[in-house]
Design a protein around this ligand. Structure first.
Ligand code: PMP
Length: 404
């Protein structure tokens, strides 16, 4: 069960006002707000535990190192990875995908080899692969979706050829809310001996993510979308892959020994963490994950699903509304358009009423082209939102529709 009053009191920002109105924050797919414990963790680290990790014999350095490595174990347990060696800290989902695109392709791809994605990917799961098109001549293949925004699994399988080197798909679409059948996708790809990267930027905060059950080869997510600080992210990779792909960046920490003649690299996971890692960020992410675990991801998922159903029913009653993304299996992201009102106008007017939603292409321009729309208004729900806030959204939209 979700104790909403208690939860909301743990997020100080939720009680602020904008334009003299109570803030209704429905832009959670862009970034989530931070509970007090996460902010306090950052403060505590800088006030009492700040020292560079892995490098010092002194007390503080050892404590900071322990915090960073304990954070790695917390992430490992949160996604049920087999070993902490499989957890690499990055700057976010984007950097994690760039790391895999660069290192995996360098090791395994030659001109004409293919990377298979879906048409509902975020730019960060498109552009890094296109950069490899320029560098190595690999080809991007795109699996189609239906009008509801569901991946067509048969078509997906047909796109796998003997040149396919990697499948990279999102678990949950940041625009459509579609929950992709990732276990099935992995099963199909593995049948053809193709490894799979899962973009979990929109799923770790809403659903149980168990990498061993999923059997994915890589999985990526961002701390800031799961109530943790910005600037930190995670790359999960099976050891068998991380061991054989080359480092992404060079520098301190990722080496075993350096001479001008020959440099050897460190073992996992340090091989992929060049330079001083954000050990404050990793510790605060661990605090966020502990916070989420204490509430229970299943409880969060059930409550958010209830809000999704409530919001969908209420919004359906608005004259001229059109939902973009009507998959059977959906998470709490609602993209819509109303009549021919430009999404930017809807978003701006909602903002003046204290309601924060996102408008635009949501870093998924190819998906907008597929639906032949300029963008959408997107309300994305977190477990600190309430039915009252949904009512405020619906009433505001009704007022706006009357104005046009
Ligand atoms: N993938 C998906 C599905 C996303 O929603 C986002 C963020 N909107 C990203 C990747 C990129 O995440 P970040 O900007 O935190 O690197």
């Amino acid at each position: 069960m979700i104790d909403i009053t208690k939860i909301r009191s743990e997020f100080p920002i939720l009680s602020r006002e904008v334009y003299g109105k109570p803030l209704v924050y429905l832009d959670n797919a862009a970034t989530t707000q931070k509970p007090r414990c996460v902010v306090e963790k950052i403060q505590e680290m800088y006030y009492s535990l700040n020292a560079n990790v892995h490098r010092g014999v002194h007390f503080l350095s050892q404590e900071a190192t322990e915090a960073h490595e304990n954070a790695r174990k917390t992430v490992q347990q949160f996604i049920n990875a087999a070993s902490p060696n499989e957890i690499v800290f990055t700057r976010g989902t984007t950097e994690s995908i760039n790391l895999v695109a660069s290192s995996f392709c360098r090791q395994f791809c030659r001109e004409g080899d293919e990377i298979l994605i879906s048409s509902m990917e975020h730019h960060s799961n498109i552009v890094p692969w296109q950069m490899q098109e320029d560098i190595l001549g690999v080809k991007l293949q795109v699996a189609p979706i239906n009008v509801n925004g569901e991946l067509l699994l048969d078509e997906f399988e047909k796109k796998i050829t003997e040149r396919t080197r990697l499948v990279a798909v999102t678990h949950i679409s940041n625009v459509l809310g579609t929950i992709n059948p990732v276990e099935e996708i992995v099963r199909i790809a593995h049948k053809h001996n193709v490894p799979v990267l899962i973009d979990a930027a929109q799923s770790v905060q809403h659903a149980v993510v168990d990498v061993q059950q999923m059997d994915c080869d890589f999985l990526v997510f961002s701390s800031h979308k799961i109530y943790g600080p910005t600037g930190v992210g995670v790359l999960y990779g099976k050891e068998k892959w991380l061991n054989v792909i080359p480092p992404y960046q060079g520098g301190g920490e990722m080496i075993s020994s350096v001479s001008f003649e020959k440099t050897t690299y460190n073992g996992l996971p340090f091989k992929f963490e060049a330079g001083t890692p954000d050990f404050v960020g990793s510790s605060a992410l661990a605090t966020a994950l502990d916070y989420v675990s204490a509430i229970g991801i299943e409880n969060i998922a059930n409550y958010e699903h209830e809000l999704l159903q409530y919001a969908t029913e209420k919004l359906e009653a608005i004259d001229g509304i059109r939902f973009i993304g009507t998959a059977k299996n959906k998470s709490s992201v609602i993209s819509f358009l109303i009549k021919d009102i430009h999404p930017y106008d809807l978003g701006t007017l909602l903002d003046k009423m204290g309601i924060a939603v996102r408008t635009g292409h949501h870093c998924a321009e190819p998906l907008m082209q597929e639906f032949r729309i300029p963008g959408t208004v997107r309300a994305s729900i977190a477990f600190y939102n309430t039915k009252e806030e949904i009512d405020l959204l619906v009433t505001a939209l009704q007022r706006i529709v009357k104005m046009f």
